[in-house]
Design a protein around this ligand. Structure first.
Ligand code: SAM
Length: 236
């Protein structure tokens, strides 16, 4: 799986991933919006938008309420939906995307607290709902159990963990990105700068088994037609 060794600049791949998302903040939403290098032509982009709408309506219907934490929240694409459901705190290791997330929530007339914080740090509060978007695919399979144990520690008894993540599809990423090799993908910014990220397309059954081992019940995992995997589970 992923090479945990430091690269030539002395960065671990985890640190490189944070630097990548900090530098990508202003162009991150191009991926959602199918702009520039993220467009794959009208027909494929229509399929993407249809899946995105399906993910949005799944999240709309999710029974989150009370205290909600979103880890690795990035630019906050999903955050207004969560902020409308409860008292939301957004966390990310990079301040640049988090600033955009705060602006997005505010523009929607909603409120959220923001904190620059590593997703692997111990919880700083107990919540009723914990959400991650496109974070599980940045965790290599050997660390999934550790993450779900951490997720359980975030949650009050009966609290809900929910996620949206990526399925492997050639039309998901940028045109100039190659598929991950052994869980590591090289990503480029619009200016051509490249970074390594962990990217693992976990199968629903892998996630289900790991959630079960982490003490979760009522595990519901589904997929959209092509691009996304959606899941929720209740802490026992
Ligand atoms: C693929 S983006 C997902 C953004 C957002 N959740 C979404 O659904 O659009 C991954 C995010 O993880 C953040 N990240 C990377 N490593 C992290 C870490 N160790 N702790 C917290 N956030 C991290 C990045 O800064 C980035 O914003």
């Amino acid at each position: 799986m992923a090479d945990p060794e430091a690269n030539a600049t002395g960065d671990s791949i985890d640190a490189e991933m944070v630097r990548y998302y900090a530098a990508r903040a202003d162009e991150y939403d191009d991926w959602y919006l199918r702009l520039g290098r993220y467009s794959h032509g009208a027909v494929r982009d229509r399929a993407w938008r249809s899946d995105l709408a399906a993910a949005q309506s799944w999240l709309d219907g999710l029974s989150f309420r009370g205290r909600i934490a979103e880890l690795a929240a990035g630019t906050g694409w999903w955050s207004p939906t969560l902020a409308a459901k409860g008292d939301l705190t957004l966390y990310d290791a990079a301040s640049e995307p988090l600033a955009l997330a705060a602006r997005r929530v505010e523009a929607a007339g909603l409120a959220a607290q923001t904190k620059v914080r590593d997703a692997w740090a111990e919880p700083d509060r107990v919540v009723d709902g914990l959400f991650t978007g496109f974070w599980l695919s940045h965790i290599d399979p050997g660390r999934l159990d550790r993450f779900f144990e951490l997720a359980a520690r975030w949650l009050a008894s009966d609290g809900i963990f929910a996620f949206i993540d990526s399925r492997a599809d050639p039309d998901s990423g940028a045109q100039d990105h190659r598929p991950p090799e052994q869980g590591v993908q090289v990503r480029k910014l619009n200016d051509g700068t490249s970074f390594r990220v962990l990217k693992v397309f976990h199968e629903p059954e892998t996630l289900r088994a790991a959630l079960q081992r982490g003490g979760f019940a009522e595990i519901e995992i589904s997929t959209t037609d092509r691009f996304f995997i959606l899941g929720s589970a209740r802490r026992r």
